[in-house]
Write a protein that binds this ligand. Sequence first.
Ligand code: IMP
Length: 190
Amino acid sequence: MNKIILATQNAHKLEELRSVLPEGWEAQTAFDAGIRGELPETGSTLEENATQKAKFLWDYCEISSLADDSGLEVSVLDGAPGVYSAMYAGPERSDQANRSLLLANLVGATDRAARFRTVLAWATAEGIQLYEGVVYGQIALDERGEYGFGYDRIFIPNDGDGRTFAEMLPEEKVAMSHRSRAVRAWITGL
Ligand code: IMP
């Protein structure tokens, strides 16, 4: 069994990550490994944040560690909210407030192109390696769906059938999500 530590504590993200891990890999969370509190995340890019978290875990546990940092990048907003996706509407990190602000900022916009991007940092004794997963889509006019988290209710992937991520069953979203694409890139690189 290959043991790794995952940086995330979010139940949805853990489920997505665990569901695409290869046979024979066992994932513990940072909490399982005895780490309390938030991992350091002070960078200004997804790459910097993922690297910071993975390196912190490696330095603490000396067990191979995988850290993800994701964001929603909207074309007409020059890539915002991007690395600041979680706190777009303020430090309360409210998913509802973030979605409402994004929809308000896009009122009247005809170009609603966006992409979700995940950067994974893999920290081992050999150092840090980065992997990326991207899913292209459009920002919906209104919220739709009950599943998922974050911006799922307003993101319509181009590869789908017009439903938002939140209207898809979890396994349908995982099949095309930025996060699982990044994990597949990591698995290919192992
Ligand atoms: P994190 O870096 O993975 O914690 O993601 C930062 C923020 O991006 C989250 O708080 C969500 O608002 C948003 N986000 C990341 N991945 C997803 C997703 O798969 N669906 C919806 N929102 C997401």
